[in-house]
Design a protein around this ligand. Structure first.
Ligand code: GLN
Length: 204
């Protein structure tokens, strides 16, 4: 008998929650909004969406959700952060607010708004290693990039920026995945399928 589909939550305090829910459902997960503790307790994995990391950090505090999410991450719940969500998974964040907090789930330093302001948002096709050779359409919106990674971090994709250098924009460390870009705003669901596979592997 096949096992039931994993339940994957999307942190629904702020940001593009709906788009992630839709992609997760499309790849076959049970997708639910997570705003409170009981909702968090019911999920096998969690997506931290794009939006505004400093606002999400403040709302995690207001909703008393910082500690519960940190605890689930530290005890092995798979987590995926896109854009603002990537910032929340970093070990260190450059160019953020003094009162911002994050989860230190991935041994990396990220620079917030690294590609410039809203006007510098862009799209490009990128090969993301574990998704196969077919390039993924990637959308960057006031995106962070990864400045440094520790030895345990697997680099999945990089992009050439206007400074002429390649910058890391997709990483994985154990059960934590992060992308600078927003796969939830395209029709390609491969990143969400990859995360679902991570959740399946962790719950089997
Ligand atoms: N610049 C935003 C932040 O600092 C991230 C932008 C996004 O998620 N699209 O959180």
């Amino acid at each position: 008998m096949s096992r039931p589909a994993p339940t994957i939550g999307v942190l629904a305090l702020q940001g593009d929650v709906h788009e992630h829910l839709r992609h997760l459902e499309e790849v076959g997960a049970r997708a639910v909004r997570v705003r409170r503790r009981p909702e968090l307790d019911a999920v096998d994995g969690l997506v931290l969406p794009g939006g505004e990391s400093t606002a999400m950090s403040r709302l995690l505090d207001v909703y008393d959700m910082y500690d519960p999410v940190a605890e689930r991450i530290s005890t092995g719940m798979p987590v995926y952060g896109s854009c603002a969500g990537m910032i929340l998974l970093a070990a260190d964040v450059l160019d953020t607010r003094a009162d911002a907090t994050w989860f230190s789930a991935i041994d990396m330093t990220v620079r917030r708004n690294a590609f410039g302001r809203q006007v510098d948002s862009f799209e490009t096709d990128l090969v993301v290693d574990p998704l196969g050779p077919e390039p993924l359409r990637t959308v960057f919106i006031r995106a962070p990039w990864v400045e440094t990674v520790g030895p345990e971090v697997e680099v999945l994709a990089s992009v050439r920026a206007s400074d002429g250098r390649d910058h890391v924009v997709a990483v994985r460390q154990g059960d934590a995945l992060a992308t600078s870009f927003h796969p939830e705003v395209t029709t390609d669901v491969r990143v969400h399928r990859y995360f679902l596979d991570m959740v399946r592997a962790a719950t089997s």
